[in-house]
Design a binder for this molecule. Structure first.
Ligand code: ARG
Length: 579
């Protein structure tokens, strides 16, 4: 289904061609100030500039012709400023679209064309470390991007590029070997937590700083692992499986799924060939015994070579990422690869993307979606009292606990199990939404009272708006108004007209959110929608209204609920029927 913006853009482009003979895009955008209009044609200025003409008379001409072409859709357009044309939609046109949008499973959002294949690399924790609050952002931002791109119809392949290879395993494995044969048993059973594995790693890592014998032992283990020593590989595999199992529990709780979890180790056998290929193509060169990619032509990277093989022969995170690109390109032929990591990895990805281009993948779009840190109330990266990063599992437990207190206060009479389910959905939703509603590049302050507030731009506010609408339908025992045709929808009250127009703008929010992978645009749209619904609901009786207003308002209610539910779903957040 074509969105209103697309429809206006297409019609206006035709009018521009016929009235002033310019074959140029109309460039229709939502109008900055709703007083002047709903949409604005911005395309006249570039045309005037190219012709060296005054834009104003050109705009007047186009506006006059538009008035006739858009007669069924809009009031006669007006010219503003240097040559913008403002368009105000007519209630009749808006009303006529609503039933179709409600009947559309995509709620009016046009299907992507062309469909792209997109590889999405997110979450990617390091094995043998407990997932903490730092892993939250990549996981839920990535998941929301995946959901949104899939909703648009793209082919999205998600891959959890876990850190299951590298120097840390030298310390972990030498630590386990100290424990002796019991280690294997520990890893097979349930009694060992990831926290304990992490402790073994930390202890050995710290000891190695002081003690060259420990350091040497760790190095030996790494060499054994890399050369495929069966016993060492077996132990390594047990550590990885153990960690992945623990991570999967959290993913399940967060309702995040991956198509693949290849991990860094998967690429290990390919690294040598990748380095050789890059050297043969002249992309990488030997430098003081190591192999590097240099970027003399790029000012910011001039003195920042990309190290892909160390002088001791070891490969790096960078080498693995290059092999990963090669693998993904060959296996999936993606048009785009997106990486979601915190902004500290900016340089790495700049170098990686630049190297990939030189290597011969110039037409794949490579995107690094970065984000800031989660801060505590003291504006410093959030920590527990003892200074440890907060564990993700504890964080989710706390969210549910706090949400349950709210449910108890509001709805004590519900069955205990229902209350727990509501608390789960509300608590989890609050945590996700607090993160996603921020401009991702900024740090944000983690605050329980703020994210769980029933008022303001929060998940509970939106979930509650949904619940309220559902209760209207329960009260009226209405099955919904989806069978209505556009002629019987009436938009007489300004509040219902305003809400209706805004419901048609869901596609624009999705477009904004996918342009630069910013889920916060979906959040602000949903929040504005809930606010507009609230104004409408205060002013316009629904069940008590006479027909046709009653049915027509029920349709607005139903569509608002559907858009809220779909929008939250794109953020990975569930809705409930009562709270
Ligand atoms: N494991 C890495 C980390 O914890 C993130 C991996 C991101 N993806 C990638 N292909 N480099 O920092």
């Amino acid at each position: 289904m074509e969105s209103v913006e697309q429809l206006l853009e297409r019609l206006a482009a035709g009018v521009i061609r016929d009235s002033i003979g310019a074959d140029a895009p109309a460039n229709v955008r939502p109008c900055g100030n709703p007083k002047f209009g709903d949409y604005q044609v911005n395309g006249i200025l570039p045309i005037a500039k190219a012709r060296g003409e005054n834009p104003r008379p050109l705009a007047e001409k186009v506006a006059a012709a538009l008035a006739a072409a858009l007669a069924d859709l809009a009031e006669p357009p007006t010219v503003a400023g240097a040559g913008f044309i403002n368009i105000k939609l007519k209630p009749g046109f808006v009303a006529s679209r609503l039933p179709a949008v409600l009947a559309d499973p995509r709620l009016g959002v046009p299907a992507a064309s062309p469909v792209r294949t997109i590889a999405l690399d997110f979450s990617a924790p390091n094995v043998a470390k407990t997932m903490h609050v730092g892993h939250l952002r990549s996981t839920i931002i990535g998941d929301s991007i995946a959901r949104t791109l899939r909703f648009l119809g793209h082919r999205v392949i998600t891959d959890n590029h876990i850190g299951d290879w590298g120097t840390q395993f030298g310390f972990i494995l030498s630590g386990f070997k100290k424990i002796g044969p019991a280690a294997k048993h520990m890893l097979g059973g349930q009694e060992l937590s990831i926290g304990q594995i992490e402790q073994i790693y930390r202890k050995n890592f710290e000891d190695a700083e002081k003690d060259p014998v420990v350091r040497e032992a760790a190095k030996m283990e790494l060499v054994k692992l890399q050369s495929g020593d069966p016993d060492t590989v077996d132990l390594w595999k047990r550590v990885c499986d153990h960690s992945i199992l623990a991570a999967n529990k959290l993913y399940k709780r967060l309702r995040v799924e991956f198509d693949h979890t290849f991990g860094e180790s998967f690429y290990h056998p390919m690294l040598e060939a990748v380095v050789a290929e890059l050297k043969a193509k002249g992309v990488a060169e030997n430098s003081e015994g190591a192999v590097c990619v240099f970027f003399p032509d790029i000012p910011q990277l001039k003195d920042k070579p990309f190290l892909i093989k160390k002088s001791d022969g070891a490969f790096l995170y960078a080498t693995t990422d290059l092999a990963t690109i090669k693998y993904r390109v060959e296996a999936w032929q993606p048009g785009e690869i997106i990486y979601v990591t915190d902004s500290r990895q900016k340089l790495h990805f700049q170098q990686l993307f630049e190297t990939a281009r030189r290597w011969g993948h110039p037409d794949i779009r490579l995107a690094h979606v970065t984000f800031g840190s989660v801060l505590g109330e003291d504006n410093k990266p959030i920590k527990t009292r003892s200074g440890e990063p907060i564990k993700l599992e504890q964080l989710l437990n706390e969210a549910e606990k706090r949400a349950l207190e709210i449910v108890e206060a509001q709805n004590a009479d519900l069955p205990a199990e229902t209350k727990r389910e509501i608390a789960r959905v509300v608590g989890l939703g609050a945590v996700k939404y607090a993160d996603l509603s921020q401009n991702r590049i900024n740090d944000y302050v983690f605050s329980w009272p703020k994210m769980l507030a029933m008022q303001g731009n929060t998940a509970p506010y939106l979930q509650y708006a949904y619940v309220r609408i559902r209760s209207i339908f329960r009260k009226g025992a209405e099955s919904g108004a989806s069978s209505m045709d556009g002629k019987s929808v009436v938009l007489n009250d300004p509040a219902e007209f305003d809400l209706a127009k805004f419901l048609l703008r869901f596609p624009e929010a999705i477009e904004l959110a996918t342009e630069d992978y910013r889920p916060n645009f979906i959040c602000s749209y949903l929040y504005d929608l809930a606010c507009k619904f609230s104004v409408f609901y205060e002013r316009c009786p629904v069940l008590k209204a006479d027909e046709p207003a009653r049915a027509s308002r029920l349709l607005l209610c139903q569509l608002t609920a559907e858009v809220l539910r779909k929008g939250l779903d794109l953020l990975g957040i569930q809705t409930i029927e009562q709270m």
